[in-house]
Ligand binder design. Structure first.
Ligand code: ADP
Length: 605
């Protein structure tokens, strides 16, 4: 109980002037909460003039959430408790929140009954009150991507944030008050007992990976952390649970595991190394091909498998990779644990970290011993075949030359004999056979690099005309020559150039059965002469145009319609190349083709 002064000792005018001049806000309220005193400092602090508030309710300066507190203070004062300072929030006339320290004292009547209270208020430097802290926490919780949920010890959900709503599909209303088993799949219910047991014992459950069930029944992998919630006396009253949806993480892990499995089951060598050349991964394929186990290889320098004489390559490869380039199908030699040298084809690609920085290289190597062996066998077979063609055509040529000579004699001698047409047809066929065999012989000579040339100077128009004349006797197409009026001299093998022209003309006629003419042009273009053979026949599809110059290649589907071996263009192109010229074709399917070749010119008269 306050010690009481005798009122007669108090000089009332002095007291009033103290109240008026004191720097602290001083105001009184009666037991009904009506303001009875309001000094100038209070006017200044709260912005209300005394005339505005005297007789009014004290709640005008108390924020709603602090009204209960005001009541409690009054009750405590009435019980005779002494309250020195309490920090709280008050409102100004403008509605601003003011942090103040209030020292309240009871106002007592003569009988010692409390009739109200006098309050002295001083501003305090702003300190967030617990209400504000709570608001801040609530905002953090609500903006979290994780599900943050609390429950009491009976497992009843007591709070549910936006993250929980997003992850589990239930909104706050649907979840609060329900048992936490709402989101636990039936087969995992026992987990909850374990968690509750841990929490009750005051333990935290950290990063527990499990599965929870969404409102739509979908199961999602989550990582949960559960912590005990205690009351002010330290007693565990519930649990807070933070759950993170780890579907993406799980998918990434599965992908990683899958990749690892692929790498491991690959027959190829898959190895990675850092930019210093140190091996950082080594798959089963590498183990099988090189003989070193994973433990033996990882941490070693990649020169472990590079033979001495190939070490320079490594610098090249590393420099390529460091500048972000890939090294593709590089054929080289590597050495195994037992010292065997094996041919490999390697592809090296830069490995980048998540920020795109190059941190090493991955290397896929394939043991190509088998492939090389196969290629070698194929080459051998091919050579044997070429050799056979060479020998066979040579052997055929000798008797054929004699047959041809004899038939030519007969053909001349029997000019007026009724048997002449038969001899003449025989000679035609013998000539065809002879050309075929010469062509075959040429192919094997080209293969063996033995195709011989005899270069002479001659005029090109003349031989084109000769070729046209010879061929015109045997074909129905009109062979039209649009030559050059000037004499174009070339240095070439006359017989071989004739062979090319005859070949192009024969093809032009053969592949244009419905056309009536073939046009031959000869023109100067810069310092080259260009000869074009233009037909109006079947043409050649675009994708075949390059390939028809290959040995034995014939456009698809031709075999049954047009006879041929597919070597004429191959020989012709080789002949023109050997004259430092070039050969090509332009063609449109169904419209016709123009074959051309260019030769260097000696001079033009
Ligand atoms: P062959 O005529 O004996 O098949 P070539 O080497 O002379 O051999 O020609 C190769 C292929 O090129 C022919 O099979 C044919 O498909 C195509 N070809 C050549 N000339 C013509 C042409 N004038 N018109 C259409 N296709 C042609």
């Amino acid at each position: 109980m306050e010690e009481r002064y005798e009122t007669e000792n108090i000089d009332l005018p002095v007291l009033s002037s103290v109240i008026l001049s004191i720097q602290d806000a001083l105001f009184c309220r009666n037991s009904e909460g009506i303001i009875t005193v309001w000094n100038p400092a209070a006017e200044k602090m709260f912005g209300f003039a005394a005339t505005e508030v005297l007789g009014g309710d004290i709640s005008i300066i108390i924020p709603p959430e602090h009204r209960e507190e005001e009541q409690i203070i009054i009750e405590r004062l009435a019980r005779g408790e002494r309250i020195t300072h309490f920090e709280t929030v008050r409102l100004t006339k403008g509605g601003q929140r003011l942090y103040v320290s209030i020292s309240p004292s009871p106002l007592l009547d003569e009988a010692g009954v409390m009739t109200g209270a006098v309050m002295v208020a001083r501003p305090v430097v702003h300190k967030p009150d617990s209400g504000e802290k709570h608001a801040m926490l609530a905002a953090i919780i609500d903006s979290s991507d994780d599900a943050i949920v609390s429950k009491n010890l009976n497992g009843i959900i007591t709070s549910w944030n936006k993250g929980a709503e997003r992850i589990f599909g239930y909104n706050e209303k649907e979840a609060i008050g329900k048992h936490i088993t709402l989101i636990i799949p039936d087969d995992l219910l026992s987990e909850e007992d374990y968690i509750i047991a841990q929490i009750t014992a005051g333990n935290k459950v950290d990063h527990f990976q499990t599965t929870r069930e969404r409102k739509d029944g979908k199961k999602i992998p989550v990582s949960i952390t559960v912590s005990p919630v205690r009351d002010s006396s330290g007693r565990v009253t519930g649990a807070s649970k933070i759950a993170r949806d780890i579907s993406h993480q799980k998918q990434a892990e599965e992908k990683q595991a899958m990749l690892a499995a692929i790498v491991d089951s690959s027959d190829d060598v898959i190895v990675s190394k850092n930019l210093d050349g140190i091996i950082t991964s080594w798959n089963k394929g590498a183990e099988r091909v090189f003989g070193y186990s994973e433990e033996e290889a990882i941490g070693k320098h990649i020169t472990l498998i590079i033979p001495e004489e190939h070490r320079d390559e490594e610098n090249y490869i590393i420099s390529q990779v460091a500048s972000g380039n890939k090294v593709d199908h590089f054929q080289t030699i590597r050495v195994t644990k037992d010292g065997r040298k094996i041919p490999v084809s390697i592809t090296v690609s830069p490995v980048k970290d998540s920020s795109g920085r190059i941190i090493g290289a991955s290397k896929i190597a394939r043991d190509i011993s088998d492939q090389i062996e196969k290629t070698r066998k194929l080459e051998e077979l091919n050579n044997a075949k070429d050799e056979f063609i060479g020998i066979a055509s040579h052997e055929l040529k000798t008797p054929l030359t004699s047959i041809k000579a004899n038939v030519q004699v007969l053909e001349r001698k029997l000019k007026d004999d009724p048997i002449h047409p038969f001899v003449s047809r025989t000679l035609q066929q013998v000539n065809k056979l002879s050309t075929l065999i010469s062509d075959l012989l040429d192919v094997s000579k080209i293969q063996a690099g033995k195709l011989q040339f005899n270069f002479h100077d001659f005029e090109i128009n003349t031989i084109i005309t000769e070729c046209i004349d010879i061929l015109q006797q045997t074909v129905d197409h009109e062979l039209i020559y649009q030559g050059c009026s000037r004499k174009i001299m070339v240095k070439a093998d006359r017989i071989r150039i004739e062979q090319v022209i005859i070949n192009l003309l024969t093809n032009a006629v053969k592949y244009s059965p419905k056309a009536k003419k073939v046009i031959v042009e000869c023109q100067m273009e810069e310092d080259m002469v260009v000869i074009r053979v233009k037909d109006f026949g079947i043409g050649i599809p675009k994708h075949e145009q390059d390939r028809i110059f290959s040995r034995f290649y014939r456009a698809e589907g031709l075999a049954s319609v047009f006879p041929g071996l597919g070597i004429g263009l191959y020989i012709s192109q080789e002949i023109i190349y050997r004259h430092k010229g070039e050969m090509g074709v332009t063609s449109k399917e169904g419209e016709g083709s123009t074959f051309y070749f260019r030769l260097p010119v000696l001079h033009v008269d």
